[in-house]
Design a protein around this ligand. Structure first.
Ligand SMILES: Nc1ncnc2c1ncn2[C@@H]1O[C@H](COP(=O)(O)OP(=O)(O)OP(=O)(O)O)[C@@H](O)[C@H]1O
Ligand SMILES: [Mg+2]
Length: 267
């Protein structure tokens, strides 16, 4: 794996927010490398700088100092338009709150990024959107609006919207934060499959159980990267879904279970 290309490389990355008289050092001297094909979980307490990092890696924001190379290209000094172009070409975003438009079909939501694309891919945008929805297992829900979809399905629409531009990297900021455990694992199954197809994935999560579906976990504290470790006992979402038992159902079942009759008994 060591010869895989480095897609993300930061050195001395710093972000300081200034609001009024107060300064918040959201990121401090972060050196972070991600190779193509990795799946990385980003953990850390609230306020530790995770979203700040994600926004810089996704070219939504710029660092205060330090360097960031995306696919070998320096992006830290780029202006807003240049960053928007590179983002559209290389990066797909998924957020905790899905960020879908109300009263808009899944197909139209997913088509939207292509309509803003300046590389001329608009022509077969409908087909591309349909294919992205099929990829996340929603081929039979294309005409559904968000209010007609479950939480997990809404997040999969958001994922299809992130995928439709064929990004090399998917950045997800707490994508399972609004989902129950089983639905979270369903979404992670899609992430793992995309990762197996070669897409590099970064996922912010607060939950250690969720983090273990990645290949590597990094932890932030007070804006610093404190820990960076491979996941030795990586979980497999498809496997876990097949083995899934709803804890509530188990409880209900045991409450009504017949009292076991012991075998043998009096002769
Ligand atoms: N636009 C901003 N202006 C000023 N301060 C900000 C801004 N965005 C974030 N911060 C501050 O920077 C620090 C890091 O915030 P960030 O959103 O990166 O944390 P986080 O790790 O994503 O937290 P959470 O788990 O709660 O989402 C926090 O102290 C926050 O208050
Ligand atoms: Mg955050």
């Amino acid at each position: 794996m060591n010869d895989a290309a480095t897609v993300i490389r930061t050195r001395g990355l710093t972000k300081t927010y200034v609001t009024g008289a107060a300064e918040v050092r959201a990121l401090r001297d972060v050196d972070f490398d991600v190779r193509q094909g990795e799946m990385v979980s980003i953990m850390g307490a609230s306020g530790s700088g995770k979203s700040t990092l994600m926004n810089i890696l996704g070219c939504l924001d710029r660092p205060t100092s330090g360097t960031y190379e995306l696919d070998g290209i320096r992006v830290d000094g780029m202006d807003r338009n240049a960053r928007a172009d590179i983002r559209n070409q290389r990066i797909g975003f998924v957020f905790q709150g899905f960020n879908l438009l109300p009263r808009t079909s899944a197909l139209e939501q997913v088509e939207l990024p292509l309509l803003y694309d300046r590389t001329g891919r608009q022509e077969n945008s409908r087909d591309m959107a349909a294919r992205a929805l099929e990829r996340v297992g929603l081929g039979d829900r294309m005409d559904h609006e968000p209010s007609e979809l479950s939480g997990g399905q809404q997040q999969r629409v958001a994922l299809a919207r992130a995928l439709v531009t064929e990004p090399a990297i998917v950045l997800a900021d707490e994508p399972t934060g609004n989902l129950d455990t089983r639905t979270s694992i369903e979404v992670l199954a899609v992430f793992q499959e995309l990762n197996a197809q070669g897409i590099t994935i970064l996922v912010i999560t607060h939950e250690h159980e969720i983090a273990r579906y990645a290949k590597r976990i990094v932890r932030f504290r007070d804006g610093r990267l404190m820990q960076d470790e491979p996941v030795l006992d990586r979980r497999d979402a498809v496997h876990d879904l097949a083995e899934w038992h709803d804890p509530d159902e188990d409880e209900a079942a045991s409450a009504f279970a017949p009292i076991p009759v012991s075998e043998g008994g009096a002769a």
